[in-house]
Design a protein around this ligand. Structure first.
Ligand code: ADP
Ligand code: MG
Length: 234
């Protein structure tokens, strides 16, 4: 118990440090961004605006990193509610319909093979974050592969005590090195990636007593498999 209290104290301290650091980095970033935007019209005339654009995009990237880092570091209380999984997934996919179309992807669902509704105790905000990460990664993988017929599909399989949710895409896929590192914080193969999406997603799934696994073939595509415990339907 003593160690636990010690660990807790240590964690609070780390959280405070992280929040403070983020704040300290964000302030100068905001100031630099403001001034750059202010002088950009003059730079345009001098044809130096490429440099300004580069600086602005690096500032935005840093800001994004801080934002996502805070999402990971911030202590959050899980608020669980009983949710019917399939309608929940449908509502999330709806959010991505336009972005998928823009990227020449089709988004399809295979949610029919459930004879009865499946309920799970979930934190809807957190799980929404997970599926947003997944679909975003799939869209990026498809864009990366330059596919004309990009496809993302979501399938749900019901078992006795669990529900499997598979997110499949025909994007660029992954090699073995990427596969072995993708859940590590800050691991990314993207120019503008943060490498926090899957790290955060895994934490959230584990906090729901679930599992997340991946199957992937380079140039063919990727399937993420999430398993969550369900409450018996009654
Ligand atoms: P980010 O998207 O910021 O790079 P993530 O944690 O979401 O960070 O993903 C980590 C890495 O895992 C990505 O950079 C990419 O290499 C790989 N990855 C994740 N999802 C996919 C996918 N659907 N297809 C191919 N590679 C993926
Ligand atoms: Mg991502």
């Amino acid at each position: 118990l003593a160690t636990l209290t010690y660990e807790n104290k240590k964690l609070t301290l780390v959280n405070q440090l992280v929040a403070g650091l983020a704040h300290e980095i964000r302030n100068p970033l905001t100031i630099m961004k403001g001034f750059l935007q202010l002088i950009k019209p003059d730079l345009d005339r001098l044809q130096k605006s490429d440099i300004a654009d580069l600086l602005l995009s690096e500032i935005n990237r840093t800001n994004g990193l801080i934002e996502e880092f805070l999402n990971v570091a911030r202590p959050r209380e899980q608020t669980l509610e009983k949710v019917s999984i399939v309608p929940f997934l449908r509502s999330i996919l709806l959010l991505f319909q336009s972005e998928a179309t823009l990227n020449k992807c089709t988004l399809s669902t295979n949610l029919q093979n459930l004879s009865q509704p499946s309920f799970a105790m979930i934190d809807t905000g957190q799980l929404k974050q997970v599926f947003l990460n997944m679909v975003k990664n799939s869209i990026e993988a498809i864009r990366c592969a330059n596919r004309e017929n990009g496809a993302i599909s979501l399938s749900v399989f019901r078992h006795m005590h669990t529900i499997d949710i598979h997110i499949r895409d025909n994007g660029i896929g992954m090699d073995e090195t990427t596969k072995s590192k993708l859940f590590q914080p800050f691991f990314t193969t993207k120019k503008k990636g943060t490498g926090l999406g899957l790290f955060l997603s895994k934490q959230i799934i584990q906090n729901h007593r679930g599992t997340i696994e991946v199957n992937s073939t380079p140039m063919l595509g990727t399937t993420f498999m999430i398993q969550l415990p369900i409450i018996s339907a009654d």
